[in-house]
Design a protein around this ligand. Structure first.
Ligand SMILES: Cc1cc2nc3c(=O)[nH]c(=O)nc-3n(C[C@H](O)[C@H](O)[C@H](O)COP(=O)(O)OP(=O)(O)OC[C@H]3O[C@@H](n4cnc5c(N)ncnc54)[C@H](O)[C@@H]3O)c2cc1C
Length: 541
């Protein structure tokens, strides 16, 4: 590969990563950071912006925006909500638990509304658990273990100082953060109650991987609050794309298909410290100079950059300890489109259904009122992924029928960019029918499918969780500026306290912008979501 030096231009800030946190940082730096037009440039390795927000339109459903990545936010997520309001992006309610939806568990066909009736569910619960089933067992487990940790008879989960517990809380003498969430959960309620909670959640990662100090608050983040789920009418991708538009209007420059290969500290032509970036584009490597570098990307992406230089060289053990402090959670989405919405005959129109079969959860996706067709979005994560491994690797892809949209500004090949393995479609369809109690029939077969596996590089997973033996608040602050005398900053969902959410990506970007790059909170955030504890300014020596 030949290397080109791209003149003597020195950028004020080079941002690497065109997901929501990178675009947001660029826009904020240009609009509120006093940087001049053209002095902030963003480099994205793929051919599109948005990262893990990816909204696609299937053939013959021109109004539908199906989310192959992030799909919803809650009204309790301050930064996202404020930003969506500020940008005036249209939203609609996002339906989850409809009473009529399916819960197919342990071979029993139930409706979601049955799940709070202990006599109907196929789980053997204790009397206490039966009495508490409406609140959910994560609440019960948390109340019980916190009574032990805090030495009190009653715990109000709304007032728990989780950060303090993550730093120093102990369960039977062991630091909470050194214990698996699953262990503490199972010590606090019966295994049947735990299994019920896991099976009915539809997820296979959210009670695993975590340490107890970070996993419980993440799972209880909505506890006691009156929140609603919302989605963006134009797809969640419209958030980063709108920010990208504003960024460009403010003088930001974006380079697609530009991959950061390596970087190092350097002396700039004016004698000041800066960063030399080696960027690969179209088979060539070019060198850029910048006063500051923002890496807006998750753990796996950081590890794919050449491990050399003043930040990433292997001898920087502390930096690598920080980077390795989260575990990427592999997960995929598979969308199946049907000519008729056969689930409506079962009284189901929208929201989530769950099962302990390996498809685990599905959403009946809103597709607009101009079609009789319908879409089901399957979302699978964590432990169940090995079930699909051999099917996913099969090279035969499902053949889409119908016409991909080519009007209204939507790219025609968007859907076809994400072909689904035929064997996965066949198996997912079989399991869908089983969980709905239906026999297969040629009229019921899907006509289009799309698949996105976020375990693929450069993501390594769809979300990142804090495992055992990690002091997450310490890592979260330190990793933003991992080496004190090198102007390299890291932000994004991975090292946040709203992992797996856009909220986490934006909150870490705000902390970086306010605590390290000198910006004031934006007008739409009344109170800045940055941590002002002394540790937030502590740097790795
Ligand atoms: C299936 C799924 C469901 C989800 N559901 C929700 C949800 O409902 N609600 C919600 O709020 N969040 C959800 N999330 C999480 C949300 O999508 C992420 O938290 C958020 O999009 C992450 O943004 P980011 O900027 O931190 O990183 P990313 O979006 O990962 O962006 C990183 C970018 O960096 C680029 N990159 C990596 N390496 C390089 C390199 N060397 N050079 C140049 N570019 C590089 C990547 O291509 C990527 O574009 C979900 C995620 C997934 C995958």
């Amino acid at each position: 590969m030949d290397t080109k030096q791209s003149g003597k231009e020195v950028l004020d800030v080079a941002i690497v990563g065109g997901g929501v946190s990178g675009l947001y940082s660029g826009w904020r730096l240009l609009t509120d950071g006093g940087l001049k037009r053209g002095s902030v440039q963003l480099f994205e390795s793929s051919g599109r912006l948005g990262g893990r927000l990816l909204s696609v339109t299937p053939p013959d459903m021109p109004q539908a925006r199906i989310e192959l990545g992030g799909m919803r936010f809650t009204t309790g997520q301050e930064t996202v909500k404020a930003l969506v309001d500020y940008l005036q992006l249209p939203t609609v309610d996002f339906s989850v638990g409809e009473a009529n939806n399916v819960a197919y568990l342990r071979g029993k066909h139930l409706r979601t509304g049955d799940l709070t009736d202990p006599d109907k569910i196929p789980y053997v619960l204790t009397d206490d658990e039966r009495a508490n089933i409406k609140d959910g067992f994560t609440v019960l487990a948390a109340q019980r273990f916190l009574q032990k940790v805090l030495g009190v008879d009653h715990v109000d989960l709304k007032t728990v100082d989780w950060e303090k517990l993550a730093r120093s809380g102990r369960y039977e003498g062991t630091l909470l953060r050194d214990l698996a969430m699953r262990y503490v959960y199972n010590r606090s309620v019966s295994h049947e109650a735990f299994q019920y909670a896991e099976d009915t959640s539809g997820y296979d990662s959210i009670y695993f991987t975590w340490n107890a100090a970070d996993g419980f608050p993440w799972n209880l983040s909505d506890y006691g609050a009156t929140i609603e789920y919302k989605r963006l009418v134009e797809g969640y991708e419209s958030l980063p794309l709108t920010i990208a538009h504003r960024y460009t209007e403010a003088g930001g420059i974006t380079h697609l298909k530009h991959r950061l290969v390596r970087f190092d500290k350097t002396r700039l032509p004016d004698g000041k410290d800066g960063i030399e970036l080696h960027i690969e584009h179209d088979g060539h490597e070019q060198v850029m100079l910048a006063r500051k570098l923002v890496l807006a990307m998750p753990r796996r992406s950081l590890e794919l950059i050449e491990q050399s230089g003043a930040v990433l060289a292997p001898e920087h053990h502390e930096v690598h300890r920080l980077i390795q402090s989260v575990v990427p959670i592999p997960l995929f989405k598979l969308a199946l489109c049907y000519r008729t919405r056969w689930w409506e005959k079962l009284g189901i129109t929208q929201g989530q259904s769950v099962t302990d079969l390996p498809i685990r959860q599905c959403y009946y996706w809103p597709v607009g009122d101009d079609t009789e067709a319908g879409a089901i979005l399957i979302y699978d994560d964590g432990l169940d992924l090995d079930y699909w491994a051999g099917l996913r690797d099969n090279p035969v892809k499902f053949t889409n029928q119908g016409h991909a949209p080519s009007s209204e500004g939507l790219p025609a090949d968007e859907w076809n960019d994400h072909p689904a393995p035929q064997l996965m479609v066949d198996e997912a369809h079989r399991l869908l029918l089983q969980m709905h109690g239906l026999q297969d029939h040629s009229d019921l077969r899907p006509y289009a499918a799309a698949y996105r596996d976020w375990g693929d590089d450069p993501f390594g997973g769809g979300a990142n969780f804090w495992p055992q033996h990690v002091e997450s608040y310490d890592v979260g602050h330190r990793i933003i500026h991992p080496v004190s005398n090198v102007p390299v900053y890291i932000c994004g969902e991975a090292y946040s306290h709203a992992q797996g959410w856009v909220e986490g990506a934006l909150a870490t970007a705000e902390e970086m912008l306010q605590s390290h790059l000198g910006l004031k909170p934006p007008p739409y955030l009344q109170a800045a979501p940055v941590d002002s504890s002394p540790d937030s300014t502590t740097k790795v020596k």
